[in-house]
Design a protein around this ligand. Structure first.
Ligand code: ATP
Ligand code: MG
Length: 339
């Protein structure tokens, strides 16, 4: 059993990134390694060049993301953590699979249509072939399971189609080369909203730093931001239905629930009738308790570029070893001579 999952490198990580993405990875790592499974987690730096980007930022974000992942609980001894750029087999297998993927299949991908928009002629070729690289990312390791959100289901389906066609076209019937990976739907990720506006997503691009809790914030900053968070004057209701039409209250209750590992209904049972004067300090303390140790480690790690590069280099070595047999068999199946 092997999970392969990728994430785009991004910097200035915040509570939304943690609850919406990173925490699921940590949970999967712990669940799967307890069952004798293996998780491969990669930073999708090769994917990042499919859109206009700044090279300096890409390099910085790659290191930041490693710092965040490790400080939030990804253990490089339990999971294999690496970036695509250090495992050339990703790009190689993509090229080999380009012979099998069909133009018609890629043309139907909604992400391509959305991202290229009306400017198809001006879009990068990488944006078009992006799903083939994604197929290579998982087929390379014979992944049995791939976590996919709603927006990535179509790409996993494509990876399965490519694998199946390759197996049919180039492998004996009783010895298919590629494993067809099954989707696993990650537990519903919390969607965290801005602390200044309950209808906007918490995001690193929001110009107001008060709108988000950064993973680098210290205890004082967290307490301050929660205290200043926008709310309404009503006390908390006893049921979730009572939060309708109160986006800011809903968001804070949602954050409390996600951090405490309980449901919003349970939070309301605890705080029914209490005003924000009581709820906010409780929420602030809960956040400080959980985030402070991670934040301290994150602040320390992100300053140590060498340590971060060493983590990635070590992960890449392991990933290359795992990838080598499948890559070699793919060359061979295609009749490509390598002495
Ligand atoms: P940008 O404003 O540049 O889009 P961002 O803050 O939204 O940045 P991303 O880099 O787009 O962050 O997202 C990285 C990961 O974090 C993605 O998996 C995304 O779904 C998740 N994520 C980002 N913001 C939130 C949020 N507010 N709530 C839950 N998940 C989030
Ligand atoms: Mg975003």
């Amino acid at each position: 059993m092997r999970i392969v999952s990728g994430i785009q490198p991004t910097g200035n990580l915040h509570l939304g990134n943690y609850l919406g993405a990173i925490r699921n990875w940590v949970r999967m790592q712990d669940e799967w390694s307890a069952k004798g499974g293996q998780c491969l987690y990669f930073l999708a730096d090769l994917h990042a060049i499919s859109m206009p980007h700044s090279p300096a930022e890409l390099a910085a974000n790659t290191r930041e993301m490693v710092a965040a992942l490790v400080s939030c609980g990804i253990d490089p001894d339990k999971s294999i953590l690496f970036n695509q750029a250090q495992v050339p087999a990703h790009a190689e297998l993509q090229w080999l699979l380009n012979g099998t993927a069909r133009m018609g299949w890629l043309n139907r991908m909604t992400q391509w249509k959305d991202k290229a928009g009306k400017n198809r002629e001006g879009a990068s070729v990488a944006l078009f072939t992006y799903p083939v690289l994604q197929a290579a990312d998982v087929l390379l390791y014979q992944a049995t399971h791939v976590p996919v959100g709603e927006d990535q289901k179509q790409h996993l389906e494509l990876a399965r189609d490519i694998a199946q066609k390759f197996n049919n076209d180039f492998c004996p019937e009783d010895a298919p080369l590629f494993t067809l990976p099954d989707p696993i739907i990650p537990p519903e990720a919390a969607r965290i909203m801005s602390l200044r506006d309950g209808s906007a997503k918490m995001s690193k691009s929001d110009p107001s730093d008060m709108s988000r809790i950064n993973l680098t914030d210290d205890a004082d900053a967290i307490m301050q931001k929660v205290k200043k968070a926008k709310t309404d004057p009503e006390p908390l209701p006893g049921t979730v239905e009572g939060l309708a039409g109160r986006p800011e209250a809903n968001n804070l209750v949602g954050i409390y629930a996600a951090m405490a590992g309980i449901s919003p209904a349970e939070v309301l049972t605890q705080f029914e009738g209490k005003g924000f004067g009581q709820f906010k300090p409780a929420l602030g303390e809960l956040l400080v308790e959980t985030l402070s140790p991670m934040a301290a480690r994150y602040r320390q790690l992100r300053e140590d570029g060498e340590a971060l590069d060493a983590i990635l280099a070590k992960g890449a070595l392991k990933a290359r070893d795992l990838a080598a047999p499948t890559l070699a068999k793919t060359y061979q199946a295609l009749g490509l001579v390598r002495g």
